[in-house]
Design a protein around this ligand. Structure first.
Ligand SMILES: Nc1nc2c(ncn2[C@@H]2O[C@H](COP(=O)(O)OP(=O)(O)OP(=O)(O)O)[C@@H](O)[C@H]2O)c(=O)[nH]1
Length: 209
């Protein structure tokens, strides 16, 4: 992952301080314990004095058809709010979400791109340098799933091969249940395997995945 240094801001909020990991993470998986982790940062973390060292930042771009719920997803994640009114994204927008992981300051720079065709050339100018690509589709609208192939291809074209983590995210899960939901998720999982993406079904309207 690429990173660059920026000054630290105010303390991160409590729910963004991650000190324990799910069981599949072992201490060995913590970057600051690895030899190639920058010596200055390791030392600063041991001293709990990261103020002058800076932050690790990863760029996330969220792409997908108009109206699938990209902005809603980001607003739920960053602000824990949901707005039922549709306001089209004009070009791009972004949020910074700050974390502390095992004592290391870390930020996600999340780029919300417009799904409308007329803004595509503006939005695509921001694909470059992404470490994470989230391709979103509406679980209730199968053609938006078909279009994720093209969105991903466009985003990958601007980035080095193999340099991005890829997620496929089905939105508006609250609007679907039973067999229809299972069918949509099965198709999505199939495509996610093809894309080598991790799949998630989510609702921005209800809290939690
Ligand atoms: N029921 C429900 N509605 C949702 C959900 N997510 C988004 N919506 C609604 O879907 C509409 C479109 O959501 P947006 O987040 O603006 O969609 P977008 O993909 O950012 O759209 P563009 O900016 O045009 O690309 C809005 O009216 C949202 O309220 C969800 O999880 N459940």
């Amino acid at each position: 992952m690429r990173s660059f240094l920026t000054p630290l801001g105010p303390p991160v909020s409590r729910d963004r301080v991650i000190t324990t990991f799910p069981k599949w993470y072992t201490p060995d998986a913590c970057l600051q314990l690895k030899e190639h982790f920058h010596g200055q940062v390791s030392t600063a973390c041991q001293l709990r004095n990261t103020g002058t060292i800076g932050l690790k930042i990863s760029k996330v771009v969220v792409v997908g058809d108009l109206y699938v719920g990209k902005t809603s997803l980001i607003h739920r994640f960053c602000k824990n709010v949901f707005d039922r009114d549709y306001k089209a994204t004009i070009g791009v927008d972004f949020e910074i979400e700050r974390f502390e992981i095992a004592g290391i300051p870390y930020s996600l720079q999340i780029w919300d791109t417009a799904g409308q065709e007329k803004f595509k050339c503006i939005a695509s100018a921001y694909y470059r340098g992404a470490q994470v690509i989230i391709t979103a589709f509406d679980l209730t609208d199968v053609k938006t799933l078909d279009h994720t192939r093209q969105w991903l291809e466009d985003a990958l074209r601007e980035n080095e091969a193999g340099s991005c983590f890829i997620f496929l995210v089905g939105t508006k899960k609250d609007l679907l249940s039973g067999a229809a939901c299972e069918q949509a998720e099965a198709e999505a999982v199939h495509l996610a395997n093809e894309m080598q993406a991790e799949y998630w079904s989510v609702s921005a309207k209800t809290e939690g995945p």
